[in-house]
Design a protein around this ligand. Sequence first.
Ligand SMILES: [Zn+2]
Length: 70
Amino acid sequence: MVQLFCDSCDKEIRKPSRGVNYISLLGYDLCLPCRDDLTRQTGKAMHKKEAYQLKAYNGVYEQTLRRMCK
Ligand SMILES: [Zn+2]
């Protein structure tokens, strides 16, 4: 069986099933708690910006993801 580890918290994802207990983003695998954390952190970062734009959101989302997974 394949072993899969979250790229952010390094915890093992048991019985990995994409979209069920982990997600794949830009080559990273994230467990759901980290995915929620990513969404929350992205939302927080967006509050500092004046205009809420989808393009800006995606940029912040990606930056946050890369920071969490380094
Ligand atoms: Zn994780």
